[in-house]
Design a protein around this ligand. Structure first.
Ligand SMILES: [Zn+2]
Ligand SMILES: [Zn+2]
Length: 579
């Protein structure tokens, strides 16, 4: 809890400093501390008390003092002072895609705009377009950004939803009379964003059920009770500073499987199932599958599918994208599992903008049973991320080669996340790229350019013989930045032609490629790589989000590059280079 609040505070300090036009390296150091704290699984209070926080890399003396201040007093004076320097609605403007700190500063300085409502009005009157450096195009982009933001409010990222669900599940486990607890809804399907969290509890009805609902709605994490009945409670709960809508339902044990099926959805998938039931003269609802009055399945979800003559459909696939037909014909894919992953190929160390060194990644990878990892720090054009110069990268390669000989049972690949420049060229010369084992080409700037521009740029990057994969292809940040307007059909076609893989970035902010694009890629025979883009050892734990996204795209183990053995992976990379 403290970690999340501190993260938000440090992030906000960085935002305000950016609006105030302060030194960007200082701003960046606040962002780093924010991310670092957000990534630590242990509460900072505990680390602080044990004296461990002071020893952590990336937390300097002044940050440490601020964290101590917060733990002692519940606030940070420097944070309060910074906020006092600007109107309260300004930081919110930074959330608008297409509007950076410089833009916010200009709009505030010159138009006296201090919040979203005033900004909308200023766009309508043409005042924003009239500002020097803005124009009609930029004003329209900001209007789209506001619309995007308004559309995404109310939906949360899957990691936030998981955290809320875990909190409620833990709580319910301790309430007596509980038999089974399960998450349903879009969270169980691992959808990329979640509206509300559904939790099912199997238990006796009557008083026992009421007790469960009462206990839930009275829990200390509940912010607001929306509805409360004999078998269902609905509430906004507080998780790390955000409000999450959670529904808890108590269902009879004999109907638990049917309820899980019904409430997992999607609605469209359930419509297909009901059509099949009706054709077979059966009735399907949240209580069970019925033949006349007789229940023929209900306690176990798998049985519902089997009694309908279908193979069991993994929740990841229940989107009405052909899965019901496939299950009828016994040709559902055997989806990739987390245990199939043999390594992580997208990692940032302290040499660029990460928080830990190569050895920490090696240790974590060993504990995960990985066979290989690849270090992929930023390249020189990513100045804010402290990207490596050619010289520093050459040094790092030497360091990795040396370290690799000392680590048993695992290979450390030397790689780089190389910026794709505006003209589609790579940020380093080919001679240097040739020294690397694995090259991720990523677009980090100019993402709002036209469809033609961003597509051509990405296609050109794939033409480079040393580019192994395209990192986070569309560059989206869920709820924060819209995807680049890539012509995905062209990108996938060219990936197939050039023997280039496409990344599924497992960070829950990105999940990019997204599920439907993964499926297109697989159908075109393009290989996927699931990378965590970890900036700390804990970040490697995000792999599951990427695996679920791959699963939603119908991926099997064979479709994902980092399920290959070390030798096979090396061979795959060689193919493009020797063409
Ligand atoms: Zn990147
Ligand atoms: Zn990265």
């Amino acid at each position: 809890m403290t970690n999340k609040l501190l993260r938000a505070i440090f992030d906000q300090m960085a935002d305000v400093m950016e609006i105030l036009g302060e030194d960007r390296f200082r701003v960046n150091s606040y962002r780093k501390v924010a991310r670092l704290i957000g990534d630590i699984p242990t509460d900072v209070e505990i680390l602080l008390a044990a004296g461990k926080l002071a020893k952590m890399a990336g937390i300097g003396k002044s940050s440490l003092a601020k964290i101590e201040e917060f733990v002692k007093t519940g606030e940070i004076i420097a944070h309060r002072d910074l906020l006092a320097k600007i109107p309260p609605g300004l930081p919110e403007l930074l959330n608008i895609p297409g509007l950076g700190p410089k833009g916010v500063k200009a709009i505030y300085d010159r138009l006296k705009v201090t919040n979203v409502a005033e900004l909308k009005a200023a766009i309508e009157t043409g005042a924003v377009a009239g500002l020097s450096g803005f124009g009609d195009k930029k004003a329209a982009a900001i209007a789209r950004g506001i619309a995007f933001l308004e559309k995404s409010t109310g939906r949360i990222r899957i990691d936030q939803a998981l955290e809320a669900a875990e909190k409620v599940r833990r709580f319910l486990r301790d309430v007596s009379g509980m038999l089974r607890i399960r998450t349903a809804g879009s969270l169980r399907r691992w959808a990329e964003t979640i509206g509300d969290v559904d939790i099912l509890v199997a238990g006796a009805g009557g008083e026992a059920a009421e007790k469960v609902v009462e206990a839930f709605t009275a829990a200390d994490f509940v912010r607001e009770v929306i509805a409360s009945g004999p078998t269902k409670g609905s509430a906004m709960i507080d998780t790390g500073g955000i409000g999450v809508h959670v529904d808890v339902r108590v269902v009879p044990e004999e109907s638990f499987g049917a309820a899980a099926q019904y409430f997992t959805g999607s609605k469209e998938h359930n419509v297909r199932l009901r059509e099949i039931a009706v054709k077979a003269k059966l009735k399907l609802n949240e209580y069970g599958l019925f033949k006349g009055e007789k229940m023929i399945a209900g306690a176990v979800e798998e049985e519902i599918y089997h009694k309908l003559g279908l193979d069991y459909v993994d929740p990841l696939l229940r989107e009405d994208r052909g899965e019901v037909q496939a299950s009828k014909e016994h040709r559902l894919p055997e989806l990739i599992q987390l245990g199939d992953i043999k390594g992580d190929l997208h990692l940032h160390t302290i040499a660029s903008d990460g928080d830990c060194d190569i050895c920490e990644f090696v240790e974590t990878a060993q504990s995960l049973g990985y066979k290989y990892i690849c270090i992929t720090d930023h390249s020189k054009s990513s100045v804010i991320a402290n990207g490596l110069s050619a010289k520093r990268l050459a040094q790092q390669i030497r360091q990795i080669r040396k370290l690799d000989t000392t680590v048993k049972g695992m290979t450390i690949f030397a790689g780089c996340e190389v910026d794709v420049l505006a003209d589609g060229k790579m940020d380093f010369e080919d001679e240097l790229l040739a020294e690397l084992d694995f090259v991720i080409a990523s677009v980090h700037s100019g993402m709002s350019s036209s469809r033609e521009k961003v597509t051509t740029r990405t296609l050109k990057a794939m033409d480079n013989p040393y580019v192994t994969c395209i990192g986070h292809p569309t560059g989206r940040l869920l709820g924060q930045r819209e995807a680049m307007d890539l012509d995905m059909a062209k990108v996938i076609e060219h990936a197939a032609e050039t023997h280039t893989a496409l990344e599924i970035n497992a960070n829950p902010w990105r999940l990019d490629l997204k599920d439907t694009h993964c499926r297109m890629a697989i159908e075109a025979g393009v290989k996927l790589v699931i990378g965590t883009d970890a900036h700390s050892a804990n970040g490697m734990g995000l792999m599951g989000f990427g695996v679920a996204t791959a699963g939603r795209g119908w991926a099997t183990r064979a479709d994902v590059l980092n399920t290959l053995s070390t030798a096979k992976l090396k061979n795959w990379i060689k193919i493009k280079r020797s063409r």
